[in-house]
Design a protein around this ligand. Structure first.
Ligand SMILES: [Cu+2]
Length: 132
């Protein structure tokens, strides 16, 4: 992977300092569009019928890296302070999708909006607290 930001070094030492973080984010978000917003990447694993992810996170820009480890299609939605979004398309079995949000302190509901998946267990609560 070549460093896209190299050509910008002359006018942005900040970008240079952030490059390792950006590269990591790009590597983790393989295949998705590059977003140069730095932030934390949080892994999420979907299966029948559970969502495996941290229950507590700090506020700030966050990229959810959502792996569908199940045998059915799933989706991923998060609702809470300042956020009501879901992945753009269904996540096929054995594939990974990403969703970028900016978390604020508070409580978020995270669930799979497909059919009765959430009633079967694909729901969890995320508590965002602490300093960025
Ligand atoms: Cu589901």
């Amino acid at each position: 992977m070549s460093i896209r930001s190299v050509k910008n070094l002359s006018h942005s030492t900040t970008l240079y300092l952030l490059a390792p973080v950006l590269l990591l984010a790009l590597a983790l978000a393989a295949g998705s569009e590059a977003d140069e917003k730095a932030g934390a990447t949080v892994e999420v694993r979907l299966s029948e019928y559970a969502i495996d992810m941290p229950r507590e996170l700090p506020p700030g820009p966050t990229t959810f890296l959502i792996q569908n480890q199940g045998g059915k299609q799933h989706s991923f939605k998060i609702e809470g302070p300042g956020i009501d979004v879901m992945v753009e398309s269904l996540i096929k079995p054995r594939t990974t999708s990403t969703l970028q949000v900016t978390l604020q302190p508070g409580e978020y509901k995270v669930y799979c909006p497909m059919g009765n998946h959430s009633a079967k267990g694909m729901t969890t609560t995320l508590v965002v607290s602490g300093k960025q």
